[in-house]
Design a protein around this ligand. Structure first.
Ligand code: NAP
Length: 460
């Protein structure tokens, strides 16, 4: 029997462990979830929406435990109070649009014909969630999928093994039936086997590019629909007319919050030559204010990375960049808690270029490279010189200029004067190796349902 473990970044201890389900046990559980789906879908939409919101409210009631568990499982400092703001905002927004998003598209309603496109739930939706924002990333699919009449099985990351279990417990306590929303502990092999066996009607995978590839490979030939929300290397571009202080504040927060472990975190920054020196100086000062330490200490503003193997990647990228001529500007002496393991000081690097992994591979940590650019054309070329495309953050006073650059950017979301935010009214999507599909917004509901056409003749 495989046991799945969460090794805490706080002190390296085994914080939680759960036995992984066997293929046969998992199949039996999925059969129950499949059986429950039709009755769930027949309940009125208002009832499904209300039960999901009650589940969300129940998770909120567990805040004290949730916040502590997050610190132990993935290192987020308790001072930030979990991730309830986004969790609630996304749930409430999808609830507010569910009726319209799921309404049929009526083409004709006359004495002779009724013709319309309805929306059917897929059936059993499988959610594979990551540890970096374990509640927010999961709710993006769980809430609209359930509202749309699907039943849902969640498999959470080993690093945040307790999150799926807790979410499901909260939803069940709030009245969502056990066979409608179920948690399952699975290893990779069994996950692939179940997918290849056609056990799911839709899969939403949020995680690494390699993980996404193996899900896609497992699903090959089953025709199972898949949404893939994968890695990123999101750029910021600061133009000469930008509000410098606002740009420093938002881009540094975007680069380092959650120890840089945000899918849409800022990973590389291009600054017009006229603002470059001031931007770099202010950024170094901004980042130097962090207090790195134990996430359970309310004074700590920067926790450890979720696992020392993630910190190792960042350390290697920094070392490679420095070996190739980059300069690391943040004084490590300001961060005595950096232990060479999961506790990692933030870092800003200049004299970087795109030959360095720091500038071309996902870093997913609190380190960012800054480059000087002369004009929009140069910035655009550098921003697009990337295998990922999730978001890009443009800093200017000129909306038309931002729109023009945005039109040329290979990205899922164009931001002007903001960054590192998921707007639930817009479609969360990516290009290139960031994946495909889209969640939240009206389109998210469309992806969690299938169209069904009705062509009803009333008269001959
Ligand atoms: P990960 O290692 O790919 O894991 C994500 C989830 O997939 C976990 O539940 C993991 O389970 C599972 N998984 C990974 N490989 C699998 C396989 N071969 N078969 C079955 N399940 C598999 O990614 P992560 O390190 O947790 O998350 C960080 C990555 O997620 C970053 O690349 C980040 O950019 C990306 N991300 C993207 C978005 C977005 O919206 N685009 C949002 C958040 C995160 P185990 O934990 O048990 O391995």
């Amino acid at each position: 029997m495989t046991v799945i473990q969460c090794i805490s970044p706080v002190d390296g201890s085994v914080y939680a462990e759960r036995p992984a389900a066997s293929f046969d046990d998992a199949k039996a559980a999925i059969a129950r979830v499949r059986k429950a789906q039709k009755a769930w879908a027949k309940r009125p939409l208002e009832e499904r929406v209300s039960l999901v919101l009650k589940g969300v409210a129940r998770v909120n009631e567990m805040a004290d435990d949730v916040v502590k568990e997050l610190a132990w499982q993935m290192g987020r400092p308790v001072r930030y109070g979990g991730e309830f703001k986004g969790f609630n905002e996304r749930s409430n927004y999808v609830a507010s649009i569910a009726h319209d998003a799921l309404a049929p598209v009526v083409v004709e309603k006359s004495d002779k014909f009724e013709r319309y496109i309805g929306r059917e739930p897929h059936g059993v939706v499988f959610v594979v969630a990551p540890w970096n924002y374990p509640y927010m990333t999961a709710i993006n699919t769980v809430a609209p999928a359930l509202m749309a009449g699907n039943t849902v099985i969640i498999k959470h990351a080993s690093q945040t093994i307790l999150v799926g279990e807790r979410m499901v417990r909260a939803f069940n306590e709030a009245g969502v039936p056990e066979d409608v929303f179920m948690n399952i502990f699975l290893d990779h092999g069994t996950t692939s086997q179940l997918i290849a066996d056609g056990q799911f009607d839709f899969i939403n995978f949020t995680g690494s590019v390699e993980g996404g590839r193996s899900i896609e490979r497992a699903a090959a030939g089953t025709f199972t629909g898949i949404g893939l929300e994968l890695g990123g290397k999101d750029p910021g571009y600061v133009m000469e007319d930008a509000d410098l202080d606002a740009a420093v504040d938002t881009l540094m927060d975007g680069a380092t919050y959650n120890s840089g472990q945000c899918c849409c975190g800022i990973e590389r920054i291009y600054v017009n030559e006229t603002l470059y020196d001031a931007f770099v100086e202010k950024s170094v000062a901004w980042v130097s204010n962090y207090k790195l330490g134990n996430p359970l200490d309310p004074e700590t503003s920067l926790g450890p990375m979720a696992n020392k193997r993630f910190a190792k990647v960042v350390r290697e990228q920094i070392a490679e960049a420095v070996a190739k001529g980059a300069r690391a500007l943040v004084d490590p002496k300001l961060f005595p808690a950096d232990d060479g393991g999961a506790y990692l000081a933030p870092q800003i690097l200049v004299d970087v270029d795109h030959s360095m992994s720091l500038m071309n591979e996902e870093t997913f940590g609190p380190a960012v490279g800054i480059m000087k650019v002369r004009n929009d054309a140069e910035a655009l070329e550098l921003m697009n010189d990337c295998k990922y495309g999730l978001t890009a953050s443009l800093w200017t006073q000129d909306v038309e200029r931002a729109r023009r650059i945005g039109d040329e950017l290979e990205t899922g979301t164009v931001f002007m004067n903001r960054a590192d935010y998921l707007d639930p009214a817009l479609c969360w999507t990516g290009v290139k190796e960031t994946g495909r599909g889209g969640s939240l917004s009206v389109l998210g509901f469309h992806n969690l349902t299938r169209p069904k056409s009705y062509h009803l003749r009333k008269q001959f």
